[in-house]
Design a protein around this ligand. Structure first.
Ligand code: OXD
Ligand code: MN
Length: 662
């Protein structure tokens, strides 16, 4: 590593507070970093942490990691650098310190559970400020039709991104500590797993990353051994002294949020938000956006999918991956308690699947995450008892309401509020049942360790992953789309994924009930041009591979009375039973213009308490499907244009012909 002039470092890179204490750190600097300079700032921080028992020194890190920290510390100018060891002790120190800062509260009703309230301006992913940067625009997004706004991601040129980064990140950590988080996505050392280093100035993020990923210094050994790592930089954008007043003690800079990705460097830089997918960079940024670009290069799939194991009453087991847009009940499905006797569902993951073909041509999937960042409202002992049991210990809640007896509350929790117990809303205001305001924000979350879920599959941490026999696509479709149908083949399945649509979600900044296109449930998460992504999916079908069957489900169809026709939740096992049978070679499907439907009586309704109008549930109104094909055509023509693979265009034409002759 080349020596750099210390004077230039002092004037350019060193944080103010470190500059003041330079003298006291001098000898340490020389001991740890005989030639390397801006590491001086780092060394000052390290000196402090040497008082604790577990100390990892920057100088002990792999050179590539040192270099990364060094570069970003020079830019962000933190006062201190702390390398996280991921231990429970360290985490407890973080929690106590966050509590002291008024950023979280203990929830004494449960065991090691905490509540954070955010600035109400920082409550969701900010898609409009999420960008991918590449030399060529067309590597990131398809070129939309003239005069049409592209909806398949945002591109930023490398030069513009550099300016935006400089503007935002220079000095953004002054007065704060930079936490270095070594983390693994997937079981450590597994053939599908990948590693990351997140640098953040938020202890809340450090604590949440410890739940959501595997945070351990052992990651550094793999990097030292030659493994690459994804570079993740995050700042809340609130250097000290503060220039704006904190709301709820939640530092952020909502006006200047930027969540940026550079696939060519395996790099993520996120500024201004402390919330969820904007700041827990292992999740959407790494596992999906950067992950999908790595997967394309290396010939595998990084998808917004849950993974579940399904066992029939005879003890036969299969695994399914399923893609649903946010807020379609993915977590509920992944942990479902089946209503049919003898059936068992076990959870491998609730949000993301990394899938790779093994040497025998089987598609194997891992859940790269280690925790659940689940939407709280609507979760109850009735809808998802496993999630409720999971989040009663070691959980960080964000933006839920609080009860005066030290517990949490949200819409749809379905639990009576005991007499004398008061509720404080996510906005920190007194809340009474029946109030027009929400008690919990619609995108309020529980962040809980996956290992605590009673429904976890025995193989959920298998490094080689579990074999996938079916892929399900789904959406929230109040009209026209039947409960379930099967693709004719892989190519048709790819088309079904490409034409997915669903009602908007609270997880992003959109409101309302608009039906949005959300191909593969990946619209906010594509790391590269959607047309190229489709080519990649089509290329999966190679001789010698066991290609999964593809299905589409819709639990959300409404009847003429405006009510859901299908009861959903644990009753969805009836649909999975049919899918299981199809995977197993059952001949109980009939051809329809849109795909294969369950033949009459093939969906088991035994013991179903409600009277379900199966005819209405499976009806295919010609007018609806004509309009649907028109919508899909318009979307492809306007958004994907010349990047649409011919195979997908042909599938659309065939669907149109079949629908026209209905
Ligand atoms: C999520 C999402 O998982 O928005 O948070 O999809
Ligand atoms: Mn998701």
């Amino acid at each position: 590593m080349a020596a750099i002039d210390v004077t230039s470092v002092q004037s350019a890179g060193l944080p103010k507070r470190a500059r003041k204490t330079d003298a006291s750190c001098g000898s340490m600097v020389h001991k740890l970093f005989p030639t390397h300079n801006s590491a001086r700032a780092i060394a000052c921080g390290i000196a402090r942490y040497q008082k604790t028992e577990r100390v990892i020194k920057v100088a002990q890190l792999p050179a590539s990691v040192q270099q990364y920290i060094d570069e970003k510390a020079s830019l962000c100018q933190p006062d201190e650098v702390h390398i996280c060891d991921g231990s429970a002790d360290e985490n407890m120190r973080f929690m106590k310190s966050l509590q002291k800062d008024g950023m979280i509260k203990a929830l004494p009703k449960y065991d090691n559970c905490w509540l954070a309230r955010t600035d109400p301006k920082d409550v969701a992913r900010v898609e409009s400020k999420t960008v991918i940067s590449s030399e060529k625009r067309s590597d990131t997004i398809p070129t939309p039709k003239d005069g049409v706004e592209g909806k398949l991601g945002y591109w930023m040129s490398p030069a513009d991104l550099q300016n935006a980064i400089k503007e935002r990140f220079t000095g953004c950590m002054q007065g704060r500590t930079m936490y270095v988080i070594p983390f693994s996505m997937g079981p450590l050392g597994g053939p599908i797993s990948k590693y990351g280093i997140e640098l953040t100035d938020s202890k809340y993020v450090a604590a949440s990353m410890r739940i959501m990923t595997r945070v351990t210094p052992r990651v550094l050994d793999y990097i030292d051994g030659g493994e690459d790592f994804v570079k993740c930089l995050h700042s809340v954008g609130a250097p000290l002294p503060l220039t704006r007043e904190l709301v709820n003690n939640w530092p952020c800079d909502p006006e200047n949020v930027l969540v940026s990705h550079i696939p060519a460097n395996n790099e993520i830089m996120s500024y201004g938000s402390g919330y969820g997918g904007n700041s827990l960079l292992g999740k959407k940024c790494f596992a999906l956006r950067i992950g999908s670009t790595i997967a394309k290069r290396e010939g595998w799939l990084a998808e917004h999918m849950l993974i579940l194991g399904i066992t029939n009453p005879e003890g036969k087991k299969k695994y399914i991956a399923a893609a649903f847009p946010s807020a379609c009940g993915k977590t509920n499905l992944a942990m479902m308690q089946p209503s049919l006797p003898g059936w068992k569902i076990e959870c491998v993951g609730d949000d993301i699947a990394w899938m790779k073909f093994d040497g025998e041509g089987r598609l194997r999937a891992i859940n790269p995450e280690n925790g659940f960042f689940g939407v709280a409202p609507g979760t109850s002992m009735k809808t998802n008892p496993n999630a409720m049991k999971t989040c009663m210990t070691n959980t960080v809640f964000t933006n839920v309401a609080e009860t005066s007896d030290g517990g949490v509350y949200w819409e749809g929790m379905d639990e009576p509020i005991p007499d004398g117990v008061d509720i404080t809303s996510w906005k920190n205001e007194k809340w009474t049942p029946g109030s027009e305001e929400l008690a919990a924000h619609a995108n309020s979350r529980f962040c809980a360790p996956a290992g605590q879920c009673p429904a976890m599959d025995a193989d959920w941490e298998s490094p080689d992953g579990v074999p996938i026999d079916a892929i399900i696509f789904g959406g929230r479709r109040p009209q026209g789309v039947p409960l379930v149908y099967e693709a004719f083949d892989w190519r048709h399945g790819v088309f079904i994924g490409a034409s997915m649509r669903s009602e908007a979600t609270a997880a992003a900044e959109f409101g309302g009930k608009k039906i949005m296109h959300d191909p593969f449930a990946m619209r906010p998460f594509f790391g590269y041009n959607f047309g190229h992504y489709l080519e990649h999916w089509l290329s999966i079908d190679k001789p010698g591979r066991h290609i999964p069957k593809v299905f589409h489900v819709n639990w959300f169809r409404k009847g003429a009375d405006g009510k859901f026709i299908w009861p959903g939740f644990g009753e969805n096992i009836r649909v999975l039973e049919w899918i299981f049978g199809r995977m197993d070679g059952a001949e109980n499907a009939v051809k329809s213009p849109i795909g294969l439907l369950p033949s009459e009586g093939a969906i088991n309704l035994d013991g179903l308490n409600e009277n379900v109008d199966m005819k209405e549930l499976f009806e295919l109104p010609k007018g609806f499907w004509q309009q649907e094909t028109e919508e899909i055509k318009k979307y492809f023509d306007e958004q994907v244009t010349t990047d649409l693979p011919t195979d997908v265009a042909q599938e659309l034409n065939s669907l149109k012909e079949r629908v026209d002759s209905m």
